[in-house]
Write a protein that binds this ligand. Sequence first.
Ligand code: DX5
Ligand code: ZN
Length: 220
Amino acid sequence: MDGIEVAPSILSADFARLADQLEPLLAAGVRVVHLDVMDGHFVPPITFGPLIVAALREQVHGAGACLDVHLMVERPERHLEAFAESGADSVTIHLEATPHPHYALTAARRLGLRAGVALNPGTPAGAVAELGDALDHVLCMTVDPGWAGQRFIERSPEKVARLRELLPSDVPIQVDGGIDVATAVACRRAGAQLFVAASAIFQAGDAVAAWRELTRAVRA
Ligand code: DX5
Ligand code: ZN
């Protein structure tokens, strides 16, 4: 996940036609596909697990893109092996979901995964300070996790800027939740490099055009 990338989150896609919906996006140049795994504990909804990651593996890797798994699950360290085996390239664990984030990140890397932590909106930016060299990326949640289609929390760019100051320059910041052209540009100015969008892409009439517009806006 180098450079500035917009990652479609399949959470707002039609699950009966996932491959069909991803195909034109991958052909248009999508390099990161974001997969929201929810366990019904850390967040209320249940979505999917490693089986769906494995089902998309051939198509996504075949197009030269990577599978970015956002684990909204309690004790994510218990599931890392299953996601590594399913073909995930990177995993993001929530700092709030385990007392052992450093262990989880190290274990993820040992399995060959790129490892990141996510911070809920209520978690202070400073919480990442001790994890600097164990991190490949940081996800700054710009909504409370659990659902697509929520409203962007307006003060998020300030938090992104605080994270940018705290983190080594080679650790990219990802933003996720309520991302559209305006909020993406605000986060880009604050220092974010990776942008996740579900509704703004899959609920748009033309998903490819929406992804292109977002990508153009954050790369400008
Ligand atoms: C929310 C998920 C997000 C979600 C974003 O808990 O982590 O990835 O799919 O959806 P939008 O872009 O619609 O806010
Ligand atoms: Zn997500």
